[in-house]
Ligand binder design. Structure first.
Ligand SMILES: Cc1ncc(COP(=O)(O)O)c(C=O)c1O
Length: 405
């Protein structure tokens, strides 16, 4: 077998051929055979501003020319401080602080540790339980793997992190029962406002507000994992805004730089910061070598500036209307079983009884017709760059419709 040297993520190690992409611009990418694709997935749910944006590329280059250095104690630099300021400013916690890392998985493991740490520092050592929702995806580091609501992703890694309890993703009474049973041993709950990789499931009515209430009443922290939802995707800067719920911690990555640099992080509310800052000699013993890397910081600032100047937060709502109309028309004529989504993130549920291998076959046929989407069980996920035109959305839906036929 002639497998490539690269061990591909989330792929069969025995697979020996992949589509090689050689160029990307705007909402389009090209493979090495010259085939052009509309990118209906923003690469991997991450590209808000489209590809090839010179504003971001030049900002990164400028910063690398200035030089780069770490931000472990005693160091700081202006661009990283500025990025933290900019991220906090557009978040629902403008008086909070921002921890930076390099991926969504690192942000989840960081939030998991801060959640337990907060309980420890408050003198509640028994609060170690983390609740997580079925269907949730929280990355692949050890805490994130343990918090996975997608069972196959938890398998074969040996013992996972203990004290994780899974609750029903849609029925808030399941969370209420967990709080009733474990109450003062719960450190926090992690939850994607709109579940992405698990199939694009917006929250059921009032789910997030009631989760917030349960956490507040019990003294547990609410962690909203906005790795996909953040930075305009749901039609507000954060889904916390869209659903009007203020968490204690927000994890982010992806859209913060549109993937121009690998950046993730955690927005830490003022309340949690107060706990961390209470003892002057306490040292926060957590951080990655590349936390706050200047190239990532420059990318984040330039990308956020573009989201703002291009009006992409508002545009996500227009994208949502277009998807909703197009996909629901296919539901109406029986080609789809359901359309789920909000703003710039959608799923098309294929007719009842569609098997995962059939979903993959439809995805592959759509690739051959120049449209990229993601197979998830019986559904296809869409999360295009927020610069996509209505005409390109219509083309994707036409290709979906033809392919199902
Ligand atoms: C909600 C959520 N959390 C965490 C992650 C992990 O992010 P990364 O792949 O950057 O580690 C993802 C990735 O898709 C995600 O969707």
């Amino acid at each position: 077998m002639n497998t490539p040297r690269l061990l591909h993520p989330f792929a069969k190690p025995a697979k020996d051929s992949f589509r090689s992409l050689v160029r990307a611009e705007g909402v389009r990418v090209w493979d090495d055979t010259g085939r052009e694709y509309i990118d209906g997935l923003g690469s991997l749910w991450y590209c808000q501003v489209g590809y090839g944006r010179t504003e971001v590329i030049e900002a990164i280059e400028r910063e690398l020319r200035v030089g780069h250095y770490n931000v472990f104690d005693p160091w700081a630099n202006p661009i990283t401080e500025q990025a933290a300021e900019r991220i906090a400013e557009v978040s629902p916690m403008p008086d909070g602080r921002v921890f930076l890392c390099c991926s969504g998985s690192e942000s989840v493991d960081t939030a998991f540790k801060i959640t337990r740490l907060t309980a420890q520092l408050k003198g509640e050592p028994d609060r170690q339980i983390m609740l997580t929702r079925g269907r949730g995806y929280h990355g692949v580091n050890m805490a994130g793997t343990s918090l996975q609501g997608i069972a196959p992703n938890r398998e074969n890694w040996g013992d996972l992190v203990p004290h994780v309890i899974e609750i029903d993703p849609d029925d808030i009474e399941s969370a209420a029962r967990a709080f009733a049973e474990h109450g003062e041993r719960i450190a926090g709950v992690i939850c994607e406002p709109v579940q992405g990789a698990g199939g694009v499931h917006p929250p059921t009515d009032d789910y997030l507000r009631r989760l917030r209430e349960l956490c507040t009443k019990s003294g547990a922290l609410l962690v909203l994992d906005e790795v996909i939802c953040g930075f305009g995707r749901t039609g507000s800067w954060f889904a916390s805004h869209t659903y009007d719920v203020t968490p204690d911690l927000i994890t982010f990555a992806k859209g913060v730089t549109s993937g121009y640099q690998p950046v993730g992080g955690v927005i830490v509310s003022r309340g949690v910061c107060d706990v961390l800052e209470a003892a002057p000699d306490y040292i926060f013993r957590h951080g990655y070598t590349y936390s706050g890397h200047p190239a990532g910081a420059a990318a984040a600032i330039a990308n956020i500036d573009l989201i703002e100047s291009d009006g992409l937060v508002e545009r996500a709502n227009g994208i949502g209307e277009r998807f909703s109309a197009g996909l629901n028309a296919l539901v109406g004529d029986g080609r789809l079983a359901e359309a789920r989504g909000v703003g710039g993130v959608w799923a098309a549920k294929l007719p009842e009884g569609t098997e995962p291998h059939e979903t993959i076959a439809i995805r592959d046929a759509m690739l051959d017709k120049g449209v990229i989407c993601r197979p998830i069980g019986d559904s296809l996920g869409f999360c295009p760059p927020l610069v996509i035109s209505d005409a390109d959305i219509d083309t994707m839906i036409d290709v979906l419709s033809d392919t199902i036929d």
